[in-house]
Design a protein around this ligand. Structure first.
Ligand code: ADE
Length: 229
């Protein structure tokens, strides 16, 4: 079964509203919505913001619901030249850029314990299938690094530094943690993020005004992907 997770209610509502035969289960203060879209079985959950919330829910989806792949949907701050609000970023790989486990030699930034690289690979087959879904929708789509931390980024200096280190296309607060869980369990994972802001000094205002509309775009892509259109 496919597991879908988003950090905020607005990031999953448009998917849940299209589901039929829904059963809701409360586990660890989150509601898991099990049901169908056009006969396709899925479970959809709002995990809450941040890496620990995301990892907790990802693990529950794998254990309790026996999900065989996970997709994260939602909004993100766009990074890089020309990226615009409303564009899509699909994760080819994820990095947790606030992690420093080994502080020798200046610190191995982003390398999580048990991993060899800061980049955690996403499932390329899943990415390609979602990319094909988007091709019919007339939306700009980039595939690249999604960078995660437990902080909302609204600072062009931080972005410049982050770009030099990891060249991400988007910043947000969950995907790296979900990618880590999925890598540990060897379950395919990808994130679909619509750009709500560009993580600069305007980010807070842009996020507040664009979050609802941009979150809907990720939901629409996910629904089309699930039904195979
Ligand atoms: N989600 C959406 N915009 C973001 C930003 N600028 N930083 C972190 N997470 C985000």
């Amino acid at each position: 079964m496919l597991g879908i997770m988003g950090a905020m209610k607005v990031e999953i509502d448009e998917v849940v509203s299209k589901m039929s035969r829904v059963n809701r289960y409360e586990i660890g203060s989150c509601w898991y919505n099990h049901g169908y879209i056009e006969g396709k079985e899925l479970v959809v959950v709002c995990c809450g913001i941040g890496k620990v919330n995301a990892a907790t829910v990802a693990t529950t989806l794998l254990h309790k619901f026996e999900c065989t792949s996970l997709i994260n949907i939602g909004v993100a701050g766009g990074v890089g030249a020309g990226i615009k609000i409303g564009d899509i970023v699909l994760s080819s790989r994820c990095v947790q850029f606030d992690v420093v486990v080994d502080n020798t030699n200046g610190g191995a930034l982003g390398i999580v314990d048990k991993f060899e690289s800061a980049y955690i690979e996403c499932d390329q087959a899943l990415v390609s299938k979602i990319e094909k879904t988007i091709q019919g929708m007339n939306i700009a789509c980039r595939i690249g690094v999604v960078a995660t931390s437990d902080k909302f980024i609204a600072d062009s200096k931080v972005l410049k530094d982050l770009t030099a280190k990891f060249a991400p296309q988007a910043v947000e607060m969950e995907s790296g943690a979900i990618a880590q869980v999925c890598a540990l369990y060897k379950v395919p994972f990808c994130t679909i993020r619509t750009i709500s802001d560009t993580a600069d000094e305007h980010a807070e205002g842009d996020f507040a005004s664009n979050m609802r509309q941009t979150a809907k775009i990720s939901c629409e892509i996910l629904k089309r992907f699930v039904v195979g259109k």
